[in-house]
Ligand binder design. Structure first.
Ligand code: ATP
Ligand code: MG
Ligand code: FE
Length: 340
C-alpha cells in the first residue's frame, strides 16, 4: 500500500510517500521560515503564496525520491485542518486535483492526528496509549484506545506550549521561531527565577501557559525599570523548567489514571532537549514504553500525514470533491467505533 500525503497547514509545504503506513519512501519539506522571520511570525498571505509556488515542485520531488508514478499510489491523504485556512486550501485543492485526475481515493487527515502518527514511523503503537501533543498551536493529552481513535482528555485553555516559547523568545529578542533558541539558551543557564506553574484544578489535565508568559514579560520589564538585567540564559532556563514541570507531571498523572502501555510525544516542542530528557528520566525504569520521534518528524511534515492517512484509509474514511479546508477541525470527529 502506497499513500501520498500532502501537508500545507502552516508554513511548510510538504509531500511524502509512505509504504504500508510506516515505511518512508519519500519525505520532502519546503520550509518558509526565512520568509516569515523578518515579521517575527507566520504571515498567512505570504504562506499561501509560497504554498502555491512550491506544491508542484515538492510533489514532483517526492515522486522522484520514491521512484514511483501516480498510477502506483493507492490513496491521497491531505491535511484538512486545523491550520491557516488559506494555507490549508492549497494542499486540499492540490489533493483534490490529483485524486480527480488519477481517479484515486481522497483521505482527509487531522493535522494533530498526523503529529501523533509521526510516532508510528518510528515504532509499533501499543494501545491503549497516551499522546502528549506539544506544538505551535496545540498542547493536549490525547488517549487512544486503538488506531484512529482519539480522545482529548486535556488541552490548553489559552496559549499553546510552542506559542509561549515563541512569545517569550520575542521578549528576549530572539528570532522566530523561538523554541529552539530558548532551548539552547536554557542549557547555558540555571532556573534561578521563581516562575509560576499552572496546575489548575485537582485532577484536571488541562494546561495554561499565558500566566507564565506574562510573568516572564513582567520580570523582564521590572528589571529594566530598576536598571538591571537578568541573565537571559537564567530566564530561559527558568521558563523552560516551568513548562517542563507541568508537562511531565500531567503526563505522569494521566498515565497512572488511564493505565496506558505507551506514551508518545508529538509536535514541534517535542524537539525540545530539556523536555526529551525530563521525560526519559521520568520513564526510566518504568514498564511504560516512551516514544519520541526524531527532530525531523516532530515539526511539520507530510510523512506523518500519510501515516495517519494510511490508518484512516483502512478505516474507510474518504472525502469527495466537496472537501474543504477546515481550520477548526475536531480530532474526535472520526471516532466511529463501527468503522474500526
Ligand atoms: P500546530 O501543529 O499546532 O498546528 P505548528 O504546526 O505551527 O502548530 P509545529 O510545527 O508542530 O507547530 O511546531 C512548531 C513549534 O515548535 C514552534 O512554536 C517552535 O518554536 C516549537 N519548537 C521547535 N523546536 C523547539 C525546541 N527545541 N524547543 C521548544 N520549542 C520548539
Ligand atoms: Mg511550521
Ligand atoms: Fe504542526
Amino acid at each position: 500500500q502506497l499513500i501520498l500525503g500532502i501537508e500545507t497547514s502552516c508554513d511548510e509545504t510538504a509531500v511524502a510517500i509512505i509504504k504500508n503506513g510506516q515505511e518512508i519512501a519519500a519525505n520532502v519539506v519546503a520550509s518558509q521560515i526565512e520568509s516569515h522571520k523578518r515579521f517575527g511570525g507566520v504571515v498567512p498571505e505570504i504562506a499561501s503564496r509560497h504554498h502555491v509556488e512550491q506544491i508542484t515542485i515538492v510533489l514532483e520531488e517526492a515522486l522522484k525520491q520514491a521512484n514511483v508514478t501516480m498510477a502506483e499510489i493507492d490513496a491521497i491523504a491531505v491535511t484538512e485542518g486545523p491550520g491557516l485556512v488559506g494555507a490549508l486550501l492549497i494542499g486540499v485543492n492540490a489533493a483534490k486535483a490529483l485524486a480527480f485526475a488519477h481517479q484515486k481515493p481522497l483521505v482527509p487527515v487531522h493535522h494533530i492526528a498526523g503529529h501523533i502518527y509521526a510516532n508510528w514511523l518510528v515504532t509499533e503503537l501499543q494501545f491503549p496509549l497516551l499522546a502528549l501533543v506539544v506544538s505551535g498551536g496545540h498542547t493536549e493529552l490525547v488517549y487512544m484506545k486503538e488506531h484512529g481513535h482519539f480522545e482529548v482528555i486535556g488541552e490548553t485553555r489559552d496559549d499553546a506550549a510552542g506559542e509561549a516559547y515563541d512569545k517569550v523568545a520575542r521578549v528576549l529578542n530572539m528570532p522566530y521561531p523561538g523554541g529552539p533558541h530558548i532551548d539552547r539558551l536554557a542549557h547555558e543557564g540555571s532556573p534561578t527565577i521563581d516562575l509560576p506553574r499552572a496546575w489548575l484544578e485537582d485532577g484536571s489535565y488541562d494546561f495554561s501557559f499565558s500566566g507564565l508568559k506574562s510573568a516572564v514579560i513582567n520580570t523582564v520589564h521590572n528589571a529594566e525599570q530598576r536598571g538591571e538585567t537578568i541573565p537571559p540564559e537564567n530566564l530561559a532556563a527558568s521558563f523552560q523548567a516551568s513548562v517542563i514541570d507541568v508537562l511531565v507531571k500531567k503526563t505522569m498523572d494521566a498515565v497512572a489514571e488511564y493505565r496506558v502501555k505507551q506514551v508518545v510525544v508529538a509536535g514541534g516542542v517535542a524537539a525540545n532537549k530539556g523536555l526529551r530528557s525530563a521525560l526519559e528520566e521520568a520513564f526510566s525504569g518504568s514498564e511504560i514504553d516512551l516514544v519520541i520521534p526524531p527532530l525531523s518528524l516532530c515539526t511539520d511534515n507530510a510523512a506523518m500525514i500519510a501515516a495517519a492517512g494510511s490508518v484512516m484509509f483502512e478505516k474507510g474514511i474518504r472525502a469527495g470533491m466537496t472537501l474543504n479546508a477546515n481550520p477548526g477541525l475536531d480530532i474526535q470527529i472520526f471516532n466511529h467505533d463501527d468503522l474500526s
